[in-house]
Write a protein that binds this ligand. Structure first.
Ligand code: NAG
Ligand code: NAG
Ligand code: NAG
Ligand code: NAG
Ligand code: NAG
Ligand code: NAG
Ligand code: NAG
Ligand code: NAG
Ligand code: NAG
Length: 499
C-alpha cells in the first residue's frame, strides 16, 4: 500500500512536470502608454484579443487597464515604476496598501502572473538600484500575506548594460559595479524560482556599430555563423548570442537554475536619416523571424530546447517618447489601431495582407521585377533558380503562353521573380536575386500576362511556413498525449489500490 502511494505520488508529479513543459515558449507584447493619442484601454483590449495576443506587459498597475483586461484571458505582467521604488522599499505597509487597493479588486479576473519591480534600474539616474531589492522583498511579503506568491512571480527588468562583456557569449559577465544589488537580487530570483528579465535590442547594436555587426545577423537572416571560440557554439543571430551572454554571466556566478525571460525586444519601423535600418520591412522581418524562432522552441545554442518567453516592444507607436525619431516608432500599430505592418503572432500562418501599409506603397501591394541593368548571365542564373529550386510555376513564360512576349530575359525574369516574391511573403529578401531584383509599386501586368499579387495564390507560401510550425505543434500534441496516458495510468493505479 505504502509503495503504491509512493508510485502514485511519483506519477502525479511527473504528470504535473509534463503539463508545465507542454506550455512551450510564448510571445507577448508590451503595452507602453507614453503617448497622448492612444485608444482607450477597452478598445485596446479588443484589439489585443482580435490579434490573438495572449500575453501583455504593462509598465504600471493602471486600474483602467486592469479593468479592461478582466475576463479576457490575457495574461498580464504589471509593473512598479522606478519612481515608486522609494516608498515601496521603505515601508511594508505602502506595498500592502497598493496590493489591497490597486491589484486585489481586479484579480483574478485580470490574470496577473508577474510583477516587475523597477525597470532597467542601472540605466536611470538616482538610487533606484539601491532600492530595488528591498522593494522586491516587500512585494513578495505582501503577496505571501494573501497567499498569491506562488501564482504571481516577482522580478525586475534589466538592460544589456548590466553586463560588462557580452561577446563572445561565453565571456558574458555582469558589471562588477552592480554587484552590490545584483548579487542579492539573483539570490532572491533563485530562491523564488523567478526569471531573470532582460530587454534585448539587436537594433541598437547594429545602429551603433554597423561596421562590426551585419544587418542580416541582427535580423535573423544571416546565412553564415559566428563561432564562439571558447565553446565552439555557432550563432546565426545576435538575439541568441545576447541571451547566451546572460546565461553565461549567471553561470559564472553559479546561478544555474535561474531562467531568462525577454521582457522587451523589437525593431523600429521609422527613424531619422541617421537610422537607415529603421524601416517597416526590417521591423516586419525582425519580428516575424523572432516569433518563428521562439515558437519553434529551439532555445539558444547554450540552452538547446530551453523554453523562452519573449515580449515584443511595442503595441503602439508612442508619440511622447523622448530621443531620436526611431524611439517613437517601435509600434506594431498606429494609434488609430491599423497595423504598421502585418505580423502573425502564432508564427504559423502566411503573412496577411496588411490593412494599412502606406509606408511601403499606396494600397499595400508591391511587385518584384528584374533590374534593367543586371548582366544577362546574372539574370539567366536567377531565372533558372526561380523556376527550379525556387518552385515558381514558369509555364506562363513558355512559347505561346501569355507572358512569353516580349521574348526577353528581363521580361521573363521579371515574371518569375515576382511570382517567387509573392509566394514568399513579399519580404525584401524574397526580391533580392543576387541584387538583380527590384521592388516596384506599379503593377507590371500587361495584355493577358497577369502578375501575381500576395494572397492571389498562397499555396507555396503556406507550405514553407507550415514546415516551420510543425515541430512545435507536434511537440504539443505529443505532450498532451503523454499527459493523458499518464493521467489514465494514475487513475488505474489509484483504483487498483483502493480495492
Ligand atoms: C542616494 O544616494 C546618495 C549617494 O549615493 C545618498 O547620499 C542618498 O542618501 C541616497 N538617497 C536615498 C534616498 O537613499
Ligand atoms: C560598469 O558600470 C559602471 C557604473 O555604471 C560604469 O561606469 C562602467 O563603465 C561599466 N563598465 C563596463 C565595462 O561597462
Ligand atoms: C568594432 O570595430 C572596431 C574597428 O573596426 C574595433 O576596434 C572594435 O573592437 C570592434 N568591436 C567589436 C565589438 O568587435
Ligand atoms: C526549429 O528547430 C529546429 C530544430 O529543433 C531547427 O533545425 C530549425 O532551424 C528551427 N527553425 C527556426 C525557424 O528557428
Ligand atoms: C495609414 O497610416 C497612415 C500613417 O502613415 C495614417 O496617417 C493613415 O491615417 C492610415 N490610414 C488608414 C486608412 O488607417
Ligand atoms: C492595388 O492597386 C493596384 C493598381 O495600382 C491593383 O492592381 C491591386 O489589385 C491593388 N491591390 C489591392 C490589394 O487592392
Ligand atoms: C540601373 O539603372 C537605373 C536607371 O534606369 C539607375 O537608377 C540605377 O542606379 C541603376 N542600378 C545600378 C545597380 O546600376
Ligand atoms: C495556385 O497555383 C497552383 C499552381 O501553382 C494552381 O494549381 C492553383 O489553381 C492556384 N490557386 C489559385 C486559387 O489560384
Ligand atoms: C503544398 O503542400 C501540399 C500538401 O501539404 C502539397 O500537395 C503541395 O504540392 C505543396 N505545394 C507546393 C507548391 O509545394
Amino acid at each position: 500500500m505504502a509503495r503504491g502511494v509512493e508510485q502514485l505520488i511519483f506519477l502525479i508529479s511527473l504528470l504535473l512536470t509534463l503539463l508545465v513543459l507542454c506550455r512551450g515558449s510564448t510571445i507577448g507584447v508590451c503595452y507602453g502608454r507614453n503617448a497622448d493619442d492612444l485608444p482607450t484601454p477597452d478598445k485596446v483590449a479588443q484589439l489585443v484579443q482580435q490579434h490573438k495576443i495572449k500575453y501583455l506587459r504593462i509598465y504600471d498597475s493602471s486600474i483602467q487597464v486592469l479593468k479592461a483586461f478582466a475576463n479576457t484571458g490575457v495574461e498580464l505582467m504589471i509593473g512598479i515604476t522606478n519612481s515608486d521604488l522609494l516608498p515601496f522599499s521603505q515601508f511594508q505597509s505602502n506595498v500592502d496598501t497598493w496590493l489591497k487597493n490597486s491589484v486585489l479588486p481586479y484579480y483574478p479576473a485580470a490574470r496577473i502572473t508577474y510583477i516587475t519591480v523597477g525597470a532597467e534600474v542601472t540605466e536611470g539616474p538616482g538610487n533606484a538600484s539601491a532600492l530595488v531589492v528591498p522593494a522586491m522583498h516587500n512585494v513578495l511579503m505582501a503577496l505571501k500575506k494573501v497567499g498569491l506568491h506562488k501564482k504571481i512571480k516577482v522580478s525586475s527588468t534589466h538592460s544589456l548594460g548590466v553586463l560588462s562583456r557580452s561577446f563572445p557569449p561565453s565571456a558574458g559577465a555582469f558589471n562588477s559595479s552592480h554587484a552590490f544589488f545584483l548579487k542579492p537580487m539573483l539570490e532572491f530570483l533563485a530562491e523564488n524560482q523567478s526569471p531573470f528579465m532582460i530587454d534585448i535590442y539587436p537594433y541598437y547594436a547594429y545602429r551603433d556599430s554597423p561596421n562590426n555587426v551585419s544587418l542580416d545577423y541582427a535580423l535573423f537572416e544571416s546565412s553564415s555563423e559566428v563561432i564562439d571560440p571558447n565553446t565552439g557554439l555557432l550563432y546565426t543571430n545576435m538575439f541568441d548570442a545576447q541571451i547566451d551572454a546572460i546565461y553565461f554571466a549567471l553561470m559564472a556566478l553559479n546561478f544555474r537554475t535561474i531562467k531568462v525571460m525577454v521582457t522587451e525586444t523589437g525593431w523600429p519601423s521609422k527613424g531619422s536619416s541617421k537610422e537607415k535600418a529603421a524601416t517597416p520591412d526590417n521591423a516586419q522581418i525582425y519580428n516575424t523571424n523572432l516569433i518563428r524562432h521562439v515558437i519553434n522552441n529551439s532555445g539558444t545554442p547554450a540552452k538547446l530546447g530551453e523554453e523562452l518567453d519573449v515580449y515584443i516592444f511595442s503595441l503602439f507607436n508612442e508619440n511622447r517618447k523622448p530621443g531620436m525619431e526611431s524611439e517613437r516608432n517601435w509600434g506594431l500599430f498606429y494609434p488609430d489601431q491599423t497595423s504598421v505592418y502585418s505580423l502573425d503572432f502564432s508564427g504559423k500562418g502566411v503573412l496577411d495582407v496588411p490593412a494599412n501599409k502606406s509606408l511601403t506603397s499606396f494600397n499595400g501591394t508591391t511587385w518584384c521585377i528584374a533590374s534593367n541593368n543586371a548582366s544577362q548571365l546574372d539574370l539567366q542564373n536567377a531565372l533558372d533558380w526561380a523556376c527550379g529550386s525556387g518552385n515558381v510555376d514558369c509555364s506562363a513564360i513558355q512559347p505561346s503562353q501569355p507572358c512569353f512576349e516580349p521574348d526577353t530575359l528581363v521580361s521573363h525574369a521579371s515574371y518569375a521573380f515576382n511570382s517567387y516574391y509573392q509566394q514568399n511573403g513579399a519580404s525584401d529578401v524574397a526580391c533580392s536575386f543576387g541584387g538583380t531584383g527590384v521592388k516596384v509599386n506599379k503593377d507590371p501586368s500587361y495584355d493577358n500576362c497577369m502578375y501575381m499579387i500576395t494572397g492571389s495564390n498562397k499555396t507555396a507560401a503556406s507550405n514553407t511556413t507550415a514546415i516551420a510550425s510543425t515541430s512545435s505543434s507536434a511537440q504539443n500534441e505529443a505532450c498532451a498525449w503523454i499527459s493523458s496516458f499518464l493521467l489514465m495510468t494514475c487513475v488505474v493505479y489509484f483504483l487498483s489500490f483502493e480495492h
